[in-house]
Structure formats: structure tokens, C-alpha cells
Ligand binder design. Structure first.
Ligand code: FES
Length: 366
């Protein structure tokens, strides 16, 4: 009976029905990177790839269960005493991990990002502590065992899971028939150019086509048709920025590929699709922090993103509505839950910041 009551009390505090979450918030006060289901990984090196992109080379602890080519992980780091988490694809292959015990995350440093430019200098920020916390591998966007030919469409840093898959094909001497179409904004934005072309050459069954927007124009139906004439016979894998995924999905459908043969994955939350009659802007007030910011709903953002862009660091976990760690008290205003499509009322109540969008002026107790 006592255990049941304690569990109910802990549940009401943590908003999550798992034992680990009862203790995580307390342990995170002492060590922000703590997570009961996390694993330690040593940052072995940071390797520059392009002027604004780098690879983090990690050595996960022996307890880490490994991964499939194409999967991603969540990393948790301590930045200025706060816990910060992000999701990244593993850009190296399981075969490479089996050989070396190392994995790589290849990351584009976002110009105004709070984390990615900082991570590029991780070893300087943390000369005494080169460890971060990582999750088990996540996601079903993985190299398929099917013998069916495949078309991989990558946009920008969406090349990372495909680099993992291609490296896996090469290290296992696979004969899989693959055509990789890799879209970049400019010629100097191509990640792993030599490696991709060399792998294709040595495998023989893989074709790599690199297209840059400046020279070839943005992804189009014509590109797909002319670069991959047998597209309707292939399974299609797409990874890249959210608008590019939407565009590629509509083109491949028009070109006769059944939806069941198309695979794609969003990292973190899916794009926010607001109803047409949504307010064009709203005012968000963070009461405790005495901050106010105007949100433009032409480019919809979750209230978690709005808070972070305002310089706040609310507790968050999955950033996709699963873990409930971002639950926050709303004092007033209407929000849309983008996962369920349900609107809140205008009074006070609890909301999940990562999946809530302000419909009108909103006041939060943050
Ligand atoms: S961060 Fe996990 S539900 Fe919001």
C-alpha cells in the first residue's frame, strides 16, 4: 500500500510512469548529464569535415548495446551547469564499431545554435572531463536486408545515416543495388565527397550522384526522373530538412512509388502543421523570468523552442511528447497540442512545452 501511494506521489511529481523518472530529476541536480537509461561515452576526437561541419568520435562504454546502420542517438551534455540534449544520426557503421569500438556523429554547426557550435569545441570546454551521456540507438530508418534495389535521397546533413549505410555495405562487401542522390546548397557543402565516390567505385553496385542547388537547382521531379529512371521499382529512403522530405515524398508518389515503399524519419518532433485560421502571431510571456517574446506563426515553433530562443533552459527530454519532462504550468492563453490536435482552454493548466504551440497570447509560469 505504501509503495502504491509513494508511486502515485512520484507519478504526480514526474508525470511519467517509470521508476527511473522518479529519481532522475534529483540525480540530475548533482550531475546534469545523469540518466538512468543512459550510457557513458568518451569524446575521443573532434574532426573537422567542412568549415561548418565536424565529426564527434565517441567511444561508448562496453554496456552500450550497439546499433543498426541509419539509427540515431540522443546525446546529453552539461553546458554551463545545465543539461542539454540533442539527437544526431550515427554517421559511421556497425561494422566499423565492431572493429574499433568507436562511433561517429557528423554535425553541422548551426550559425545561431546554442549547442552545435559549442560541441565543436567540446574538448576545450571540458579538458578534465571528456565524457558525455548517450542513449541506446533509436529509430527504424535502417539499412534494409531486402534484395530490392533502393534509391537514397539525402539533403544537406541528411547524408549522415546514408554514410553509415554505405560504410556498412563497403565493410561487408555487399552487392546491394543502391542509387544515392545527394542534394547540397553549394559545391563546398558536400560532406564525405571523396569517401562516398570511392565507396561507390569499389562496390560497383552503388551509384552516387551529387547535385548542388546553385548548379542544378533545387530537388525536382525532373531530377528524380532523369537520375533514376527505374525509380518505381525501388524502395526509397529520404533524409534531410523537413521541407525537403515533404517535397521528395510528393514527387516519388507522383512518379509511381507506393507509399509503403517510402521510408523517412524526422529527428525529434515532426514538422508543425498549423490549421489555416491560426493566428499569425502571438505574445508569449515567461512570468518567473520576466520575459516576453512575440512568436511569428508563419514559422511555427513549439513553446520549448520559443523558451530556449529566449535564453531559458526548461527541463526537456525527448522533445517529441513522450517523456513528459517538459511539463509546465500555463497561467493563461490557448495552446494547440500538435501531437493530438487538441486545443487547451484559455485558463490555467499543465502543458507539454515541446508539443505545444501558442494560439493566442500565452502566459507561462517559467
Ligand atoms: S521533452 Fe519529452 S515530452 Fe516534452
Amino acid at each position: 500500500m505504501t509503495i502504491v501511494l509513494a508511486r502515485k506521489w512520484a507519478q504526480s511529481l514526474t508525470k511519467i510512469d517509470s521508476l527511473q523518472a522518479y529519481f532522475d530529476p534529483f540525480l540530475q541536480l548533482a550531475w546534469p548529464m545523469w540518466r538512468a537509461d543512459g550510457f557513458r561515452a568518451e569524446v575521443v576526437a573532434v574532426r573537422a569535415e567542412l568549415t561548418d561541419a565536424y565529426s564527434l568520435v565517441l567511444k561508448p562504454s562496453k554496456r552500450w548495446p550497439g546499433f543498426k546502420a541509419g539509427q540515431h542517438i540522443e546525446i546529453i551534455v552539461e553546458k554551463n551547469g545545465s543539461r542539454v540534449n540533442r539527437f544526431f544520426s550515427i554517421s559511421s557503421s556497425p561494422a566499423y564499431y565492431a572493429k574499433t569500438g568507436l562511433i561517429e556523429l557528423s554535425i553541422k554547426a548551426q550559425q545561431k545554435g546554442r549547442v552545435t557550435p559549442w560541441l565543436a569545441n567540446y574538448k576545450n570546454h571540458n579538458s578534465f572531463n571528456n565524457f558525455i551521456s548517450i542513449s541506446a540507438a533509436l529509430g527504424s530508418f535502417t539499412l534494409s536486408a531486402s534484395a530490392q534495389p533502393q534509391l537514397w535521397i539525402a539533403g544537406g546533413s541528411g547524408i549522415t545515416p546514408f554514410r553509415s549505410m554505405l560504410q556498412q555495405l563497403k565493410l561487408t562487401s555487399s552487392k546491394k543495388d543502391v542509387h544515392l542522390l545527394y542534394y547540397v546548397q553549394a559545391e563546398d557543402q558536400v560532406l564525405f565527397q571523396n569517401e562516398l565516390l570511392e565507396s561507390a567505385k569499389s562496390l560497383g553496385s552503388v551509384t552516387v550522384t551529387i547535385l548542388n542547388d546553385q548548379q542544378h537547382g533545387y530537388l525536382s521531379r525532373k531530377h528524380l526522373q532523369s537520375n533514376c529512371e527505374d525509380i518505381q521499382d525501388r524502395q526509397v529512403y529520404i533524409c534531410g530538412p523537413k521541407p525537403m522530405i515533404a517535397l521528395a515524398r510528393s514527387y516519388v508518389r507522383e512518379l509511381g512509388v507506393d507509399d509503403s515503399q517510402v521510408y523517412f524519419e524526422y529527428f525529434g518532433a515532426a514538422p508543425i502543421d498549423l490549421p489555416r485560421d491560426f493566428a499569425s502571431s502571438s505574445l508569449v510571456t515567461f512570468q518567473r523570468s520576466a520575459l516576453m517574446t512575440e512568436v511569428n506563426n508563419e514559422e511555427p515553433k513549439s513553446l520549448l523552442e520559443v523558451a530556449e530562443e529566449s535564453g531559458l533552459s526548461p527541463i526537456s527530454g525527448c522533445r517529441m511528447g513522450v517523456c513528459h519532462q517538459c511539463v509546465c504550468q500555463k497561467t493563461s492563453g490557448k495552446v494547440l497540442n500538435t501531437l493530438t490536435g487538441v486545443y487547451s482552454d484559455t485558463g490555467s493548466g499543465e502543458i507539454q512545452l515541446c508539443i505545444s504551440v501558442a494560439c493566442d497570447d500565452v502566459v507561462l509560469e517559467l
